[in-house]
Design a protein around this ligand. Sequence first.
Ligand code: SF4
Length: 309
Amino acid sequence: MRREMDQQLLQKIARLKDERGAVILAHNYQPGEIQDLADFCGDSLGLSVKAAQTDAETIVFCGVQFMAETAAILSPEKTVLLPDKSAGCPLADMITAAQLRRLKQEHPDALVVCYVNSTAEVKAESDYCCTSANAVEVVNSLPEDKRIIFVPDQHLGQFVAGRTGRDLVLWPGYCATHVVITEDDIKTARAKYPDAIVMAHPECTEPVKALSDELLSTGQMLKFAATSTAKRFIIATEVGIIHTLKKQNPKAEFFPASDRAICPNMKKITLDKIIGSLEDMQYRIAVPDPIRVKAKKALDRMVEILPGR
Ligand code: SF4
């Protein structure tokens, strides 16, 4: 019965999508059925590139606010819709533009690199944006004598500092979904599946990363699993990625490091909300021009720098 209903909803989405000339983009942390219906599913970097390249007039962004904002900044001529306007990212809200301006005053010669998980106003105050896939490459591309402020995620920042050997000024932001994964979770999972490879996202805490085999963005996890000879993997990131990992690697097994690593905001998007979004062309995400133009410079630099793996 549920399956039949979902089929009807999917048919309705397909029809509305055609009528609106829309493309549906979904993040790897979305619920499985949303990832399956999307025209493109990926990590923040992949989605940003798609948003900039698509010819579609309308982008339905199945993700959170900052992702839809990023699409609106890169493609201002397009209509960008977020099916649930309350789908935010607590990490992105951990630093305001005013706080970043104060930090810049304390380090007047520093360049600012901001993680794409940030508001448009914070991006507008930054020199470069990065995602977890290319943060190391972005920082490595900057002059060695330059001090770098890195906001807002302290754990991604520490990972980048370790990989680049650069002394970064960090902001104490964090992702509540990733920091719930503990050292004990990794130890327990390793004891249960001793032959498994542990893949952790750089937003995890330092002790969790120290116990992991591979530190990867979600897009990099998909690539790694596809080419690895291993058959079992422990996944230390939001559990949504496991849906695609299983789909793309039917012979391998994937286990979440913690069942608690669920982002409630990512799970706000539903089939019904996508229909409502396409029917009523809501919720439209637009960024005022003075902020958009400044933020785009930082984002253009992010899209130009490809990840190393
Ligand atoms: S998983 Fe973390 S960083 Fe990603 S949207 Fe949710 S709260 Fe934000």
